[in-house]
Design a protein around this ligand. Sequence first.
Ligand SMILES: [Zn+2]
Length: 106
Amino acid sequence: MEGTSLLPLPQGLQMTHLEKLETSLMIHVLSTHPTCRCPLCHAESDAVHSHYQRYLKDLPCCGQQLCLQLTVGKFFCQNQQCQRKIFTERLPEFVQPWAHTSNPST
Ligand SMILES: [Zn+2]
């Protein structure tokens, strides 16, 4: 199924597959950024700790519920001085419109 035109993804995000659920369509998206900046000290890290999955949903599309499973990286902060040992990759430009949709109060 051709899904790349369904959801415009910023650079570094890759759609892995689409899953048709009973009442919704689940889009699996993987972040492929090799490095990430620590949100606390802004040091760039390429030491991946693990991967973290988050779910974004509630965006109706063509009468169907659209869900997004986003896999992002967890990184070690390589700055010895930094209090933040591990941080999760954030994709605010991409996640915020979705987060906003699913949590109107925040
Ligand atoms: Zn840091």
